[in-house]
Design a protein around this ligand. Structure first.
Ligand code: BTN
Length: 266
């Protein structure tokens, strides 16, 4: 039943190091933990763990993450970024763009949910940093979704293998290009002598293109309390810039409700 994600079918589709070291598990506590343990044993960059069932899947801010066996895509990938840590949020934006493009529908809500066009959540991305590495996890509803969320199959035919390979290849290319920008390395395909600034702005521009957040009136639950305003832009450090009574406020973490857009109300 679950054969479509086995290594022998995924590996021939891969264009970059992401996913080349691959463990496909029926069951684990969380693919985040499985990749972290593997990273501590020396797993190579791009190491991938896919699981059909997670006993303790987690989302942002410690929330539980539920995924249906065989009817979701649940995976984590190891990155060992040669980027300054303050640039790690760019990886999250690059992952959001790669996921949107691999799925072909919906849009991005800050910091990094993929929503269907009616506002229901299709997928979430979780970035967790370890010693010298980052584990990037994705949970995507494919054929089943928890109440109130959406499944990708509602919007057309979908193959998990294609979505997974499409995501890994897109992220792999933008990651290589971003890192090359920071190293000034012109040997990476697609580098074309662009500067670091160009590489960063390509990621931000792509994220803005798919954004459902920017330009909207938002209510943010921040660690400092609720904040209401207009989402004006994102910044390189991953923050959301919110205009509140003519002043720009920089929000580094929190949950966004898009007021009025999808019937979300304060
Ligand atoms: C969120 O929207 O809060 C992020 C959800 C991330 C869920 C994925 S599923 C694969 C990986 N393993 C986990 O335990 N969490 C992430």
């Amino acid at each position: 039943m679950f054969g479509e994600l086995k290594p022998e079918v995924l590996l021939p589709l891969l264009e970059t190091p992401l996913g080349r070291a691959y463990r496909y598990l029926r069951r684990t506590t969380s693919t985040q933990d499985a990749v972290k343990a593997w990273a501590e044993e020396g797993a190579p960059e791009g190491a991938l763990v896919v699981a059909e069932t997670q006993e303790k899947g987690r989302g942002r801010r410690g929330r539980p993450w539920q995924s249906a066996p065989g009817a979701s895509l649940t995976f984590s990938v190891l990155l060992r970024p040669r980027l300054p840590p303050e640039r790690f949020p760019l990886l999250s934006f690059a992952a959001g763009v790669a996921l949107r493009e691999a799925c072909g529908v919906g849009g991005l809500k800050w910091p990094n949910d993929l929503l269907a066009s009616d506002g229901r959540k299709l997928a979430g991305i979780l970035l967790e940093a370890g010693r010298g590495y980052v584990v990037l996890g994705v949970g995507l509803n494919i054929r089943e979704a928890p109440p109130g969320a959406a499944a990708l199959a509602e919007f057309g035919p979908v193959e998990r293998l294609e979505v997974l390979a499409g995501f890994l290849n897109r992220l792999g290319h933008s990651y290589a290009s971003l890192e090359a920008g920071f190293r000034g390395d012109s040997r990476v395909a697609g580098f074309r002598g662009d500067s670091r600034v160009d590489k960063v702005s390509q990621v931000l521009t792509a994220w803005r293109r798919y954004s459902l957040t920017l330009g909207q009136e938002v209510l943010l639950e921040t660690p400092q309390g609720p904040l209401r305003g207009r989402a004006a832009d994102i910044a390189e450090d991953g923050s959301l810039l919110v205009e509140v009574s003519g002043t720009i406020r920089r929000v580094t973490s929190g949950d966004v409700a898009l007021i009025g857009t999808f019937g979300e109300r304060p």
